[in-house]
Every structure is written in C-alpha cells, then in structure tokens.
Write a protein that binds this ligand. Structure first.
Ligand SMILES: C[S@@+](CC[C@H](N)C(=O)[O-])C[C@H]1O[C@@H](n2cnc3c(N)ncnc32)[C@H](O)[C@@H]1O
Length: 261
C-alpha cells in the first residue's frame, strides 16, 4: 500500500489504528496518513514500537501455551493486519477465527489467509458480543473450550461503551473451560508523555483510553488467572527469545484466565 492506491470504500484521510500498529510492527499495509500519525507517536515515546513487538510476542507465547494445554479453537477479536506471526502461524492443528471491524484488515486478511487450512476471517465488532459469538459458532464448536484473544484492543473501547460489561457478556457466552487472553495499555506503566500519545489517537479512527491495573483486574472477573497472573507482557512466561531480546517498551498489562466454573 506504499503506492497509496486506496481501495474503494477505504478512508486514507484519517489515521487508522490497525494500520498504525502495522507500521510499528514493520508491516507495509499502511498509508502516508497512518505513517505520519505513527511517527508523531514515536517522536513522543519511541518505545511504543517496542511495546507493540513485546505485546505481539506475548500473544504468541500465550497461544503456544494454550495449544500445549490442548486448546484447539482460537477466536482472535481485533486480530489486526496479518503482519508476520499471526496466531495460525505459531500453532498447528487448531481452528482460528480472526475477527476485525476494519475494512482494510478484512480485505488483507481474506486475501492472505482465505485459503489457509483451519483459518476463517469474519467481520465483527467487539462491542457486539452476541453477534460475534453467533458468527463464530458457524465454524467453532461452542460445546468445547475456546481461547478468546482480545489483545491490544480494549484501550480502543471507551468508558461509555462499558468495556467490563462487554467482557462479562463474552464470558457468559463462552463454553466451560474457555480461556481469555487479555492485554491493556496502563498509565501505571507508561511514561508521563502518555497523554500526548492519547492526543494523537484522538484524531485517529479510534480514541485511546489507558486504564489502571485495578480496572484491568475487574475486566478479568470470573476468570481464574494462570501463573504469573497480571504482569507486563515481557514478564508473562518469558522464553529464551524474550530473555535474549532487548526490545524496550512494555506498556501493556496482560493476563490469561480460564473461565471459572
Ligand atoms: C492495535 S491492533 C492489535 C492487533 C492484534 N490483536 C495484535 O495484538 O497484534 C487493534 C485492532 O483492533 C481492531 N479494532 C478496533 N476496534 C475494534 C472493534 N470495536 N471491534 C473489532 N476490532 C476492532 C483494529 O481494527 C485493529 O486491527
């Protein structure tokens, strides 16, 4: 998309959070408007790029761990552009449903992943849990555990949209033994310039709301947390790659929980 040919129905006038994230991760699926906004963010806090990479690496470790525990159904909401290291690339033998509400993400995901075995791409909005789960049920077996991934997404849901209640509704709809993989950018862990970054996002496709650890804990109500509980992404079951990599920037709190019986 570096040629800036904009497909019909897609806005390149407003910076888009999916495409900005793709830029942080070194992807090519972004427009000039996204790169400019992302560069503004990086001028304020350069480690935001590392934060995205650390969050992505957490997602991959969590997914591998759950696959080892026998989970073979993954529902990834706000899956983002299929930059390297998507869920189905790091595990085998599982059904993966990618859900996003962004037309660019959907177009790219369908083009790149449409024919991968076990992979389905669905349009859906996190704020509509019943609709998302009903559509996922066309592919996933709702009688067996599912891993629901909501990674680097909840901070794009405003307080007015009642994020805790949305997650409660997902919990109720998930089969027994299901898991939630959740992250959230927290002001407790961000540098003082966090507000300036939020200001850049105010002019993007989704505003950005950081939330404190106590609020994040509330989002996990009804789930028993796997060890090590709520930590920053680099601290969640680090593997040798995590220990070796010196990527700076770790502003996401994360946790993996299993639905309480
Ligand atoms: C920062 S990216 C995270 C991508 C991926 N989860 C990861 O961690 O690498 C956030 C994604 O959430 C999507 N998104 C934002 N609001 C959403 C909503 N209400 N419903 C579904 N997806 C949403 C965006 O389009 C974008 O692809």
């Amino acid at each position: 998309m570096t040629s800036e040919r904009v497909p019909p129905g897609i806005s390149a006038a407003v910076p888009n959070v999916a495409r900005m994230y793709d830029y942080y991760l070194g992807g090519k699926d972004n427009f000039e408007v996204d790169r400019q906004a992302a560069e503004k963010v990086l001028a304020i806090i350069p480690e935001v790029e590392g934060d995205a990479r650390n969050s992505r690496a957490f997602l991959q470790r969590a997914v591998r761990h759950l696959r080892e525990l026998g989970v073979d159904q993954f529902l990834d909401i706000g899956s983002g552009l299929p930059t390297a290291g998507h869920v189905h690339e790091v595990i085998d033998g599982a059904n993966v449903v990618y859900v996003d509400n962004d037309p660019v993400v959907l177009t790219h995901s369908r083009a790149l992943l449409g024919h991968s075995p076990g992979v389905t791409v669905q349009e859906g909005d996190l704020r509509e849990p019943e609709e998302v789960m009903a559509r996922a049920a066309q592919v996933l077996d709702l009688e067996r555990p599912i891993a629901l991934l909501v990674v680097s997404l909840m901070h794009f849901i405003t307080d007015e949209e009642n994020p805790a209640d949305l997650l409660r509704r997902y919990r109720e709809l998930l089969p027994a033994g299901s898991y939630l993989v959740l992250t959230h950018v927290a002001p407790d862990t961000m540098p003082k310039e966090a507000d300036e970054v939020s200001n850049v996002y105010q002019r993007a496709s989704s505003p950005f709301t950081t939330r404190r650890r106590a609020v994040f804990e509330g989002f996990l109500d009804g789930f028993d947390l796997l060890e090590p509980g709520i930590v920053n992404t680099r601290e969640w079951r680090p593997d040798p790659d995590t220990a070796r990599s010196q990527v700076k920037g770790d502003y996401h709190l994360c946790a993996v929980g299993i639905k309480r019986r």
